[in-house]
Design a protein around this ligand. Structure first.
Ligand code: IPD
Ligand code: CA
Ligand code: CA
Length: 258
């Protein structure tokens, strides 16, 4: 497993260098996908192709589930699956040139084994898994305190909050405050680092799998908004938190059903 970890860390750093180079030297081509706020650039596609090429060269038997380049469907999760979000927070990437990350998860027979989230502009690589713990670059990340909702900041999807979906506003009121970064990976990094007690959103597998492996390795919880196991298949309403905050938010989400 150490060889696989070292390879992925190397690929992610290389991908980060490609992004920084592209930001300074190349013209960005921005296209829309499902709406005018759902963006993809030439760099997203190039980074996914680079990562997928390295993965398949390393392990030709493995499968790819990735947001771009027509790899966004995978029904058979048996064996080793690499899950890729080449740029998470593409809107931030285009408009801010920061607050985005590269994300990779390794799944084995449907179970999350390893997660990697690389905040390129801050050079912060969070990586790890259930059997090895979680690291920020070379430093081990301590298990965050199990804070209740009332003692921490809550990451939130803007439209779910605006619409009070699943009692999202009540969750926010009971927390110390709501934060919206536009980047699922950074929200999950912040949970791993003890800066957030939870995150409520609407996410695809490549949005939650990499950071999800990390927060679960630190004893935090994630599921669908109603507490079901995430399907790794299509977008789902997503809930994550410290064990205490998660239970409080799940209760509120379930109450919104009635
Ligand atoms: C998006 C971001 C955003 C989340 C969206 C995702 P993308 O990913 O993670 O925070 O709210 O649901 O689609 O499209 O920038 O990779
Ligand atoms: Ca994403
Ligand atoms: Ca993306």
């Amino acid at each position: 497993m150490q060889i696989l970890i070292n390879e992925i860390r190397y690929w992610m750093k290389e991908a980060g260098e490609k992004i920084k180079h592209a930001l300074s030297e190349e013209e960005l081509t921005v296209d829309t996908k499902t709406s005018r706020k759902d963006l993809v650039t030439n760099i997203d596609k190039m980074i996914q192709e680079y990562l997928a090429d390295q993965m398949l060269a390393f392990d030709p038997e493995s499968k790819i589930l990735g947001e771009e380049n027509g790899h966004d469907q995978l029904k058979d999760l048996s064996g080793r699956v690499f899950i890729i979000d080449p740029i998470d927070g593409t809107m931030n990437f285009v408009l801010e040139q920061e607050n985005f990350c590269i994300m990779v998860a390794v799944y084995e027979d449907g179970e999350g084994l390893l997660g990697f989230v690389y905040d390129v502009m801050e050079d912060r690589l969070l990586w790890g898994g259930r059997d090895i713990g979680v690291f920020l670059n070379e430093e081990r990340v301590p298990v965050p305190a199990d804070c209740p909702l009332s003692e921490g900041l809550l990451g939130m999807n803007a439209s779910m909050y605006a619409q009070n979906a699943y009692n999202a506003q009540l969750m926010g009121d009971r927390s110390m405050g709501v934060r919206m970064s536009g980047c699922a990976g950074l929200e999950l990094i912040d949970m791993a680092l003890g800066k957030r007690i939870g995150y409520v959103s609407h996410l695809a597998p490549w949005d939650y799998a990499p950071g999800g492996v990390l927060i679960e390795a630190l004893g935090m919880k994630m599921s669908s908004i109603y507490g079901e196991t995430l399907k790794i298949d299509g977008r789902e309403r997503f809930l994550a938190g410290t064990p205490a905050a998660y239970e409080e938010m799940l209760t509120l989400a379930l109450q919104s059903k009635k």
